[in-house]
Design a protein around this ligand. Structure first.
Ligand SMILES: [Fe+2]
Length: 186
């Protein structure tokens, strides 16, 4: 391990920041391993659904893949509920923040708005607005809207079937590692 010695940022040097930059880049593979660990931890969360949350995430990604989605969309689909490992309230924002540096904007938005898009399928059971997705109409381009709709209606809301032929996490791991190996944004 290489370490710098400054005790406050205002006495740091460019050389020291070059060391930190190189070390951070060398350690980038830990990001994917952390995400995979969070995904595995979802196997312990069921919260009354018919499948545990890992199976739900795997099934969502499997459906996306079988519908011809690209790798960014498939990995984002796999990770869309990873925020539930920390907190169910706010989980779309947690997953969207984890993914944002590594995916194109429309894929980030697909995850960020997914709960409101899902609302069409269940919010009426507890007095919520089934058209909650409409509040995002102005902020999404037609292409972004179409992807968010496809994600919620075709993949996510249908992914609670214990009898579905769901692909295992190992099937997706290489693509998780590839996606989180390099940020598009810092
Ligand atoms: Fe979901």
């Amino acid at each position: 391990m290489v370490a710098t010695s400054f005790t406050a940022m205002d006495v740091s040097t460019a050389d020291q920041w070059a060391v930190i930059g190189a070390e951070t880049a060398r350690n980038q593979p830990r990001v994917a391993e952390q995400v995979l660990g969070l995904l595995r931890s979802l196997a312990d969360i069921t919260d009354g659904f018919s499948t545990d949350q890992l199976t739900h995430c795997l099934q969502t990604a499997t459906r996306a893949e079988r519908d011809g989605a690209d790798d960014e969309v498939v990995v984002a689909s796999l990770c869309h509920d990873v925020g539930k490992a920390i907190s169910v309230p706010g989980h779309p924002q947690i997953a969207a923040a984890i993914l944002q540096p590594y995916v194109r904007p429309e894929v980030h938005k697909m995850i960020l708005v997914h709960q409101d898009f899902q609302g069409a399928h269940y919010y009426h059971h507890f007095g919520g607005d089934p058209d909650a997705r409409e509040k995002h109409r102005a902020e999404l381009s037609p292409e972004e809207w179409e992807l968010a709709e496809r994600f919620a209606d075709e993949w996510d809301q249908k992914a609670f079937d214990p009898d579905y032929d769901t692909l295992p996490l190992e099937h997706f791991e290489d693509r998780v590692r590839a996606l989180f190996s390099k940020a598009k944004l810092l």
